[in-house]
Design a protein around this ligand. Sequence first.
Ligand SMILES: Nc1ncnc2c1ncn2[C@@H]1O[C@H](COP(=O)(O)OP(=O)(O)O)[C@@H](O)[C@H]1O
Ligand SMILES: N[C@@H](CCC(=O)OP(=O)(O)O)C(=O)O
Length: 376
Amino acid sequence: MGYRRVVVKLGTSVLTSGSKKLDKAHMVELARQMANLMKSGVEVVLCTSGAIAAGREHLQYPILPDTMAHKQLLAAVGQSQLILAWSQLFSLYGLHVGQLLLTRADLQDRERYLNARDTLNALLDNNIIPIINENDAVATNEIKVGDNDNLSARAALLCDADLLILLTDQKGLFDADPRTNPNAQLIKQVVNIDDSLRLLAGGSVSGLGTGGMATKLEAADIARRAGIEVVIASGHHPDVINKVALRESVGTHFSAIDSPLESRKQWILAGPASQGKLVVDDGAARAVVESGRSLLSKGITRIEGEFERGATILIVNTDTRVLAKGISRYCAADLRKISGKHSNEIEDILGYDYGDAAVHRNDMVVLENKEKAHVS
Ligand SMILES: Nc1ncnc2c1ncn2[C@@H]1O[C@H](COP(=O)(O)OP(=O)(O)O)[C@@H](O)[C@H]1O
Ligand SMILES: N[C@@H](CCC(=O)OP(=O)(O)O)C(=O)O
């Protein structure tokens, strides 16, 4: 069956073709491919990087202090150039574009998340290509998603896409960074993402991109848990977008998991940043990961961070391995009072009781995989 809605993420490495300026000749080719896909009835959302590179180019490579404010200056100048370029290029194919600049805060709050979703749907319903980037000009480190791989995965969840294509300067995910290891082999198919796979994915060394393969794997993991297939491929492979959409074997394909998360759990996974950690003992770890149970106060051994009731937290085991992400029913201060205690003692200790679970299984996404990795 064909794909219905596709998010295409273009890294700086693709948009500049490894140079210091936007490669407009290549951008027009990518716009052609996306327009072609739209014409064939597949809806396309573009997540574009390149604002900072475009800002540098437009200001003719100024020597600026390496501060947040100056990066934001470059992004502010560059984003307008970038969207202007995309708008002109898509207009060659008779298509309009609409710009969405997002920060983590827009995804964190469920209402704002749903508003952004409505805008995306409205644009697509009207045959307008949504173009997404992080709102770098106003986002500080604390409120940033931080890289467009993760942002594109969140966009894919937001618009209920069925395919996420991450285009970069390599043919896909290799078993080592091909820049430093000439014998590195392309991994064509991934059915599970685990620590052994994460070890293969390095950062960005080109000085152009943010995050390298490590953030692409994070993005792939988020998307596939929501039932979205992911392909990492080269943005310079001929007709790559259409080939991937036609399920031709290009790059690295990540299967979606069979039983995707329901919408609220997708939001827990992709929206809010975690504000603290609950360290749990082995019994609780098994209950959460293997049996899909709620986390009870009894199994919590330590609470890290200060947070309110309703905050998003990570559940980690004693080796600090992340097991799950969820919403805490109690604030950090009260959790410290009831950790290690039986549920039936909670009311006596706190004088109130929000139920047995510190994190209810309905408010939790288990991240630790039970299956073994399988790559081929
Ligand atoms: N296992 C790997 N396979 C392929 N590329 C890798 C791997 N580990 C690290 N990389 C690096 O990831 C880079 C691509 O990511 P990045 O520089 O962030 O580009 P983009 O701008 O496309 O996001 C490659 O140029 C490569 O050096
Ligand atoms: N938002 C930034 C890009 C951040 C980013 O993740 O870059 P990349 O790794 O090239 O996809 C920009 O527009 O310059």
